[in-house]
Design a protein around this ligand. Structure first.
Ligand SMILES: Cc1cc2nc3c(=O)[nH]c(=O)nc-3n(C[C@H](O)[C@H](O)[C@H](O)COP(=O)(O)OP(=O)(O)OC[C@H]3O[C@@H](n4cnc5c(N)ncnc54)[C@H](O)[C@@H]3O)c2cc1C
Length: 403
């Protein structure tokens, strides 16, 4: 069997895996990132790049390169409740270079990271290559078995990172215990044509017929329709006409745009999970990003948390890998640093599922805007609070080149 040897092997070329690979390579660590797909072209994987992530790109000197790629800027968040617009967040006063959230296709974001990482000869990205299982010796993980078009091969490594997302194969193989925190919703995602030229637009609508997320993506709307978990087949059985009417009932101005939906192929089901690992590591092995804590799409914070995990991991583990002193205490340090923001963010998502999303999708009457929303709409100074919570989040990580 073919055998490769490296200092760190990372399973998963998503936000967490690529950022880890890039930052380790930048410090001089030999790293191999495995990505099971041939490219990064996957729709509806979440396209929000928050101010904290943009700030990080600025610190790394690759922000200008990132912003040459197509994106839209959300400077102010609006939500429409029973036909009336409410301003809920203003990113304009954030203490960051970019006072906005960038909506960028995830493949552009990941391609930018891959291009930056490939400048280091000690970085290798193996696409169309799947991590299959962990290799264990005397209780320690010493690498992975992987497969590509030529079959199975072995990669031996001082450290194996599981950044293979919420259905992580390596996490399952490690035997680490996953705690399911429950998610009461699933989501249908679709693209609808957009003709409006308004600068600021609502990010979503809540009405008597339910809730629709509606993101301006230039010439199309990226729409998300949340519904009660497990009800996808019931909705599909009602037929496409009923589905289009469901959209029109929430957002009448999208009635015409919804006519483009002529096949269920255009409507992607994304099952929502919220879970977390009790312990993120074993000797020689660490999980980060969704593999350690699968996030709900609510707030669009998952990519940004995955990136922050990667920064903390690379900052703590890079010097140890370089000096061949990686130890379980370093792995525990990564968890200690990142578990708190992940945990609190998940708690906030669970509360928002229960008290905001579920009532919004089950409502039968035109909802009244909650007091907090009216308050935010009235006082612009208050809109900086949700902007900071979403745009920067808890415990943002920064990058300083290690000595
Ligand atoms: C419906 C939905 C919408 C969302 N929208 C947003 C949003 O707008 N903004 C936001 O910030 N977050 C969003 N999220 C959350 C976000 O997608 C995740 O939190 C984030 O992508 C996690 O990054 P990651 O790198 O940990 O994992 P992933 O992005 O899942 O990346 C894992 C990578 O590993 C690869 N892989 C998997 N298994 C293997 C294997 N065995 N071998 C090799 N490679 C493998 C996968 O192909 C993938 O490229 C959304 C989530 C859902 C479910």
């Amino acid at each position: 069997m073919r055998l490769l040897r490296t200092q760190c092997v990372v399973a998963g070329g998503g936000p967490a895996g690529l950022m880890t690979g890039y930052l380790l390579a930048r410090q001089g660590v030999e790293v191999i990132v495995l990505e099971k797909h041939a490219d990064f072209l996957r729709d509806f994987r979440g396209d929000t790049v928050h101010s904290s992530t943009l700030e990080l790109f600025h610190e790394l000197g690759i922000l200008d390169e990132l912003l040459t790629r197509p994106h839209q800027k959300i400077r102010e968040a609006l939500i429409t409740i029973s036909g009336q617009d409410f301003k809920v967040a203003d990113f304009g006063k954030l203490p960051t270079q970019c006072k906005y959230i960038a909506m960028m296709p995830q493949w552009d974001f990941l391609n930018c990271l891959a291009v930056a990482a490939r400048k280091y000869p000690n970085f290798k990205l193996l696409q169309s290559t799947k991590a299959e299982s962990l290799i264990e010796k005397e209780g320690k993980i010493i690498g992975v078995k992987a497969s590509d078009k030529d079959g199975l091969f072995t990669i031996q490594a001082d450290l194996t990172v599981g950044a293979d997302g919420r259905d992580s194969k390596l996490r399952d193989a490690s035997g680490l215990e996953v705690e399911d925190r429950g998610a009461p919703i699933d989501v249908f995602w679709m693209r609808l044509p957009r003709t409006s030229t308004k600068e600021t637009e609502s990010l979503g609508q809540v009405g008597a017929a339910g809730f629709l997320v509606q993101l301006n993506r230039g010439d199309y709307w990226q729409c998300a329709l949340p519904f009660q978990k497990g009800a996808a087949d019931v909705i599909r059985a009602e037929g496409l006409e009923a589905f289009r009417q469901r959209i029109s009932a929430i957002a009448p101005e999208l009635s015409e745009a919804a006519l483009v939906l002529t096949s269920w192929e255009q409507v992607k089901l994304l099952t929502v999970q919220v879970n977390r690992l009790k312990t993120w590591w074993r000797d020689g092995f660490l999980c980060i990003g969704d593999a350690a804590h699968a996030m709900s799409p609510l707030g669009g914070v998952g990519i940004n948390l995955a990136i922050q995990d990667a920064v903390a991991a690379a900052r703590i583990l890079g010097p140890a890998l370089l000096t061949d002193t990686t130890d379980t205490k370093h792995l525990a340090q990564v968890q200690k640093r990142r578990v708190w923001p992940a945990n609190i963010t998940q708690k906030a998502q669970i509360l928002a599922h229960k008290y905001v999303l579920v009532p919004a999708i089950n409502t039968k009457t035109a909802p009244r805007p909650p007091f907090v929303i009216r308050l935010l709409n009235k006082f612009s100074v208050l809109r900086g609070i949700p902007a900071r919570a979403v745009g920067i989040g808890l415990r943002p990580e920064h990058w300083q080149e290690p000595d």
